[in-house]
Structures are given as structure tokens and as C-alpha cells.
Ligand binder design. Structure first.
Ligand SMILES: *Cc1c(COP(=O)(O)O)cnc(C)c1O
Length: 411
């Protein structure tokens, strides 16, 4: 018997959640290009272009800037698994869901993990991190940059300095911020960083651009053990304990992306095309212009929501410009609002996790999706849906206030 399902025909949506978001059509087009063999010189040239492009996106000179195949979490696991040897001390400052994820992955790497926690909706004062570093003496500090679960972004420059003063490496998860906020790897002094395509880079989930410096490479290469079947004469192996994962072994991935082009997994061809196009779009727009576009989008959305009498969640000084948390008003059924936005308007917005589940909605203004018309459509639709539940904002107030912000920015 043959199963007969129809052609793929996804319903039209405007994805205004905290990620994944709508892909830039240019990225989808790049993904439909013909495949190449992984050692075809045309393909390895694309691999090198991807490295050069992401050095620009990450604002770094790091040689080791390449893709890990898999969603953002694959980048996180590759770095943590390759860097953390069993028994290593790792400090994780947690200010949202993804901080808990870093701590969990570090524990799976059999690190001795210490966490410090900031209330959701706030970030850390660098002094709090330094106090913990002084007593715990970690080898690694792992800290999220922007945590979409709370909409907060942790300033990292001072944390990187603290790490270096106390001989700890600093890793950050910039999945939610790369391409939407300033992410300056070299200027900040962050040692290792990872991201994914499906937030402000406006690609599909499935590729994780990462970057790390020579200090990180050295520590990883000390644990290098090359697969027997591909080991070449003269391979230098490390003395350190073997990296637990083969797929995420960055020592072997350096050999794959580096000059020796030693075979490892089959690079995900179409995802590499996607990642390449995502970065090209960012560079063409310009990093500063792109950050400014996200800031304007955030200001307009916030102005619109406030004009509707809604309360923005969290510390406004540290709010990410690409995602906005809204306190669900009393007596309003938050899930019903999300359902009606989706069913009546084709617009998806998010809720949150853990202590914020059912307490806030989250609206993303990320990458390709961060457009004036999307912000205005979203506000107009939200106003209508809220009115159905008896929440009476002044009609048109949200859209008018957002338009005023855009007019101001366009001057
Ligand atoms: C969205 C997000 C992720 C997502 O990880 P996936 O494996 O791609 O689902 C990771 N970290 C942060 C900070 C995020 O915002």
C-alpha cells in the first residue's frame, strides 16, 4: 500500500515568536542549489568562505570559526564537550532557561558545576560573578549572552575580564543575539562562542556557527585522539582524556575545517549554503545598521504595547531588542490569545518557561522578521484579539504609537 499524503503546503504564517522565525527567502533559495561532494574544491572553497563570513559576523580574527551541524544546542555541546574534561570546575551564572541548559550540559560532561542565579527578568552585576570566581576558582565560565526565556541580555565584557584575571576561560551562548545585537568577540575578550541560524540570522534551525581562540584550541588539542581509520602518519595526539563525543569532537573538526581536511562527518551541504547566505545578508546590511534596525523595531513595539496599557516584562536597561516580554494582564487567558492570533490572523507569538510560564507572552522582532509592517500587523491583531476578551485598549493606540516611533527613526 502506498501512503498518499498531499504536497507540503504549510499554512501562511507570520512567525513573531522568540525563534524559530521566518527565514529570509534568499536563504531558502540558497538551500535549493545543487549538492556538491564534500571534498569538491568548489565545496571546500565555500567552507572557507563561510569561515571568513562568520569571522566578520562575530567580529573576530579567530582562525577557528566554522559550523557545527545541528541546531544551536549542537554548537553548545561541541564547545562544552570538547573543552570540559571530567572533574573540571565550571561556573554557570544563570538568569533564565538557557543558563540551566548550560549547567545541565556541563554536568553531563562530568564537570564540577557551580551555579549562581539572578532572578528572571534581571542580569548579574559583574561583582557577583567575580565573588563566585574567587571562591570557586573555575577553569571555565559558561554564560548565556541573551536569554530569550526572560528577554534579558547579560553584558559580557566585564565578565570576560574577570575570567582572565582569574585564569578561567569564558564561553558564551549567543544564539539569540548574533545578528540582532552587537556581538564583539575580540573586543569583549570572549574565548569561545556559539549560535544558531534560526533567530536573528533568519535561517532554518540546523546549523550552529561557532568561534574560539587559540587558548581554547590548545586546551582542546591536548585531548586530541583521531579516529583510527583516518589517522595519518605523523598525527600528534594529546595526553588529555578523550573527548566523550565523536560527532562533537572539535579537535577532529579543526582537522576537517583546517588545511589537512581530514575526513569526519559529511558536512550538511544545504545547511552550509543556508549559513553562508545568512552571513552574507548580515554583512551586506552592515552590523551597525542591523543593530539599529532591531533597536528601532523594539522601541516601536514597546511603545505600541505600552500605549495599549500593557506592561513590559523585566529590567528595561538590559532588555534584548529582538524579543519583548509582555505581562499577561489579569483575567486574560494567555493561551487563548495566542490561539486566536494564530487561527484568526496567522500570527505566532510565544509564551515562556519555568517561573514565567503563563505569566508573559514573548514577541520576537528578529532578523528578517524585524520589519515595520510586521510590528504594526502584530499590534493591530493583538488589540483585536484582546478586545474579544474584554480588554479594551484605546482603539488604534498601539499602531499609532509604533508608527510614531518609526517616523521618528526614519527622519
Ligand atoms: C533559542 C536558543 C537556543 C536554541 O537551541 P536549539 O538547539 O537551536 O533549539 C539556545 N540558546 C539560546 C540562548 C536560545 O535563545
Amino acid at each position: 500500500m502506498t501512503a498518499s499524503f498531499g504536497d507540503l503546503n504549510p499554512p501562511p504564517r507570520l512567525i513573531m515568536g522568540p525563534g524559530p522565525v521566518d527565514a529570509d527567502p534568499r536563504v531558502l533559495r540558497a538551500m535549493s542549489m545543487p549538492l556538491l561532494g564534500q571534498f569538491d574544491p568548489a565545496f571546500t572553497a565555500y567552507m572557507n568562505e563561510v569561515m571568513a563570513l562568520y569571522r566578520q559576523v562575530y567580529q573576530t580574527k579567530n582562525k577557528w570559526t566554522f559550523l557545527v551541524d545541528g541546531t544551536a544546542r549542537a554548537g553548545i555541546e561541541a564547545i562544552l564537550t570538547s573543552l570540559i574534561a571530567p572533574g573540571d570546575r565550571v561556573l554557570v551564572p544563570i538568569f533564565g532557561r538557557f543558563g540551566h541548559l548550560l549547567a545541565e550540559i556541563a554536568r553531563r560532561c562530568r564537570a564540577e558545576v557551580q551555579t549562581i542565579e539572578a532572578e528572571w527578568g534581571t542580569v548579574f552585576d559583574p561583582g557577583q560573578v567575580e565573588d563566585a570566581v574567587k571562591t570557586f576558582k573555575p577553569r571555565l565560565i559558561a554564560c548565556v549572552h541573551g536569554d530569550t526565556s526572560t528577554t534579558m541580555a547579560q553584558p559580557l565584557e566585564e565578565i570576560a575580564r574577570i575570567g582572565h584575571r582569574h585564569d578561567a576561560l569564558v564561553y558564551t551562548d549567543a544564539t539569540a543575539t548574533l545578528g540582532g545585537m552587537d556581538v564583539a568577540v575580540d573586543r569583549w575578550g570572549v574565548d569561545a562562542i556559539s549560535a544558531g541560524l534560526q533567530k536573528c540570522l533568519s535561517g532554518p534551525p540546523g546549523s550552529a556557527p561557532i568561534s574560539f581562540n587559540e587558548r581554547v584550541a590548545e586546551r582542546i588539542n591536548a585531548r586530541k585522539h583521531v579516529e583510527q581509520g583516518i589517522r595519518a602518519d605523523g598525527t600528534v595526539e594529546g595526553n588529555g582524556p578523550i573527548i566523550q563525543s565523536n560527532y562533537f569532537d572539535l579537535a577532529m573538526l579543526m582537522d576537517y575545517w583546517g588545511e589537512s581536511r581530514l575526513n569526519h562527518h559529511t558536512e550538511a551541504t544545504s545547511m552550509l549554503y543556508a549559513a553562508r547566505e545568512c552571513a552574507r545578508i548580515v554583512i551586506e546590511e552592515g552590523l551597525a545598521a542591523r543593530v539599529a534596525r532591531h533597536e528601532t523595531g523594539s522601541r516601536a513595539l514597546v511603545a505600541g504595547l505600552q500605549a495599549m496599557g500593557l506592561t513590559i516584562f523585566g529590567d528595561s536597561k538590559h532588555k534584548m531588542p529582538n524579543v519583548t516580554g509582555i505581562v499577561i494582564p489579569p483575567k486574560i487567558d494567555g493561551e487563548r490569545v495566542r490561539g486566536e492570533l494564530l487561527n484568526d490572523f496567522g500570527i505566532e507569538i510565544g509564551t515562556s518557561f519555568g517561573p514565567l510560564k503563563g505569566r508573559i507572552w514573548r514577541i520576537g522582532t528578529m532578523g528578517y522578521g524585524c520589519q515595520k509592517r510586521n510590528v504594526l500587523l502584530c499590534l493591530a491583531a493583538l488589540e483585536a484579539v484582546l478586545r474579544q476578551q474584554g480588554y479594551a485598549a484605546k482603539p488604534g493606540a498601539g499602531v499609532d504609537a509604533a508608527l510614531a516611533e518609526y517616523r521618528q527613526a526614519e527622519k
